[in-house]
Design a protein around this ligand. Structure first.
Ligand SMILES: Cc1cc2nc3c(=O)[nH]c(=O)nc-3n(C[C@H](O)[C@H](O)[C@H](O)COP(=O)(O)OP(=O)(O)OC[C@H]3O[C@@H](n4cnc5c(N)ncnc54)[C@H](O)[C@@H]3O)c2cc1C
Length: 248
């Protein structure tokens, strides 16, 4: 790492599986919900990186929390990004897209307060080595928590070019923008992230050392790599591109 480069560096974390209960639910838009999990086992929860993720295990309705991690791991689980946490008070917030059906989406929308779940991880964290001159962030609703954290964690005034694709009901999803943020909201079905990224040319590259993060439906992956690594020639270590879910 030199003063002229910026990179993601993977840092291992001490991982744990922590039982918790659903403490609160706040609808951020008609299709996007913030759930708070809390409990004594969440004290000390640590997810320092913007795109750190955990696996949530959902106990069936009415089930008491199983006593061992092995028994928790027999339940259904999905991956999510902790958007905020308080390791002293013992809570973690997650923002979840509510879509047409699935264990995680249904739990986020309908599980009664007090339902039990477990938070496993994060097992590793993506730290940023060096100081980026600009951020390029793109994703759909599933990436809004990570994009939110990248925006919050950057040095004040660092320019951020942001593309977010949402459904019509989620066009008001909250993002911590400021004067240095250039945000394009793409609203389905008329607009989409794949087409927006494919339309960007070499001339659209932010100048200087750019950190790139793109996460959405897995079809975005080749399009984002072609933009960030081929047309913009960002070094692979300065780029995270991930499929966060797969359309059936
Ligand atoms: C590292 C990582 C971090 C993630 N962070 C978040 C997060 O913070 N918030 C969040 O909401 N999601 C996040 N996701 C995505 C989430 O894990 C998936 O969307 C997951 O499939 C949801 O599970 P489910 O039980 O609701 O649906 P599933 O049971 O997995 O799928 C049921 C059906 O719903 C469809 N489906 C799944 N996801 C979506 C979607 N997003 N939009 C439309 N249809 C969908 C599937 O194609 C399938 O047909 C993250 C994923 C990864 C890998």
């Amino acid at each position: 790492m030199t003063a002229t480069t910026v990179a993601f560096e993977t840092v291992p974390l001490e991982s744990a599986l922590r039982a918790a209960v659903l403490r609160s639910r706040q609808w951020l838009t008609p299709g996007y919900v913030r759930v708070r999990l809390g409990g004594p086992q969440l004290r000390g929860f640590n997810a320092p990186g913007a795109d750190d993720h955990v696996r949530l295990f959902f106990a069936p309705a009415g089930s008491p929390p199983p006593p061992t991690p092995e028994q928790w791991r027999e339940f259904e689980s999905r991956e999510y990004t902790p958007v905020a946490s308080d390791p002293d008070a013992g809570w973690v917030d997650f923002d979840l897209l509510v879509h047409s059906g699935g264990t995680g989406s249904t739990w986020a929308a309908h599980a009664p307060l007090g339902s039990v779940a477990a938070v496993a991880g994060p097992r590793r964290s993506n730290a940023v080595a060096g100081t980026p001159d600009a951020l390029f962030l793109a994703g759909d609703e599933t990436a809004v928590p990570a994009i939110t954290r990248f925006l919050r964690q950057r040095s004040p005034g660092t320019p951020a070019r942001v593309f977010v694709e949402v459904g019509e009901t989620n066009r008001l999803v909250p993002l911590p923008t400021d004067d240095a943020t250039d945000l394009t909201m793409l609203v389905r079905p008329g607009q989409n992230l794949v087409a927006a990224l494919a339309a960007l040319t070499a001339a659209d590259r932010p100048s200087g050392k750019v950190l790139g993060f793109v996460a959405a439906e897995s079809g975005v992956v080749p399009v984002a790599r072609a933009l960030l690594q081929d047309r913009w020639a960002l070094p692979p270590e300065a780029v995270i591109v991930k499929g966060y879910w797969r359309r059936d």
